[in-house]
Design a protein. Structure first.
Length: 318
């Protein structure tokens, strides 16, 4: 039923687009016949807006992966560099939260490990909404920031790194076998604000999957049992996403013409000083307004990266 609803929605959107295009074309013909420039101008503006909608729908048609329609977990880890990188990790978390909110997605913070002075050592969030993973999977990799450090009294330029990892929230009907002997469960006191209960009890949960060395943790809830359940859901999702990566790697090996998107490698540079530029190193897409990007304007980067992953022509290109 969920798949049928998704397909019905896609077909309905395309039919509405076609209908509006025909209506505005007729309005242009009518305006020209009656020499009414105002009608023609309004119809042409509407057609330009339709073009943008069509480009996004064309890109969304590429979201055909097995888990693309699912919610997504997003993990952000500060790189080497102490406070600088930890502040950068917090900036990235805000950027993805703003992007999600702009697209009507809900964001739930699952784990935050504060830095010593500012920012976060690590952040884990869940983004809820249709195609959340399909879009966010293009963001996995290392993100580089160049700026004048607000933490440097000498106002020197610093380069900071943080890694982003997106993986899908999987449905309960997908079976992922996890044996007890393959995991280690640790409990600890949650960090940060949370009231006396959080500070006094070991409510936070960390699970390590020994065969793969995957580590997940959750401290969002005051209940250890709920944090444990959430951590297991994250572990199942990570194992599932690892299998998806394996399949994708095999598919790309068979189609060498496709762009090689290296997971865990630097994918984008955000330069605030000495000039203003954000550049995606996989697709060469550039934007000269870093503040807009840091406020969540990521659609152009995501669309180009998604098209490159699938060896497709970016939507709207000629």
């Amino acid at each position: 039923m969920r798949e049928r609803t998704r397909l019905d929605g896609a077909l309905g959107a395309w039919r509405a687009l076609d209908r509006e295009m025909r209506d505005n074309r007729d309005l242009i013909e009518l305006g020209e016949a009656e020499d009414d420039g105002e009608i023609v101008a309004e119809a042409e503006a509407a057609l330009l807006a339709l073009r943008d909608r069509a480009a996004r729908m064309e890109t969304e048609s590429l979201l055909s992966g097995e888990a693309d329609g699912n919610d997504s977990f997003v993990e952000i880890h500060a790189g080497a560099g102490g406070t600088e990188s930890q502040d950068w990790a917090e900036m990235l978390a805000r950027m993805y939260a703003r992007w999600a909110e702009a697209h009507g997605y809900a964001v739930e913070m699952l784990e935050e490990s504060p830095g010593e002075e500012a920012g976060f050592k690590s952040v884990t969030m869940r983004v809820k909404g249709e195609n959340a993973y399909g879009w966010l999977k293009t963001e996995s990799g290392v993100h580089r920031l160049v700026r004048i450090s607000p933490f440097d009294a000498s106002a020197r330029r610093h380069t900071s790194f943080a890694s982003v990892w997106a993986y899908p929230v999987i449905d309960d009907d997908i079976e992922i076998e996890i044996e007890d002997k393959d995991i280690r469960i640790d409990t600890y006191r949650a960090s940060g604000a949370g009231g006396q209960h959080v500070n006094r009890t070991d409510s936070a949960v960390r699970i390590t999957h020994l065969p793969t060395n995957i580590v997940v943790q959750c401290q969002n809830d005051r209940s250890q049992h709920r944090n444990r359940a959430a951590a297991f859901a994250m572990l199942r999702a990570r194992l599932y996403e690892q299998e998806l990566q394996k399949r994708e790697a095999e598919a790309q090996a068979e189609h060498a013409a496709k762009s090689d998107i290296g997971w865990g490698h630097q994918i984008r540079s955000y330069v605030l000083q000495p000039y203003q530029m954000v550049k995606d190193l996989r697709t060469n897409i550039e934007k000269g307004n870093p503040q807009a990007v840091l406020d969540g304007d990521l659609d152009a980067f995501m669309a180009a990266a998604l098209a490159a992953r699938l060896g497709a022509r970016p939507a709207g290109s000629s």
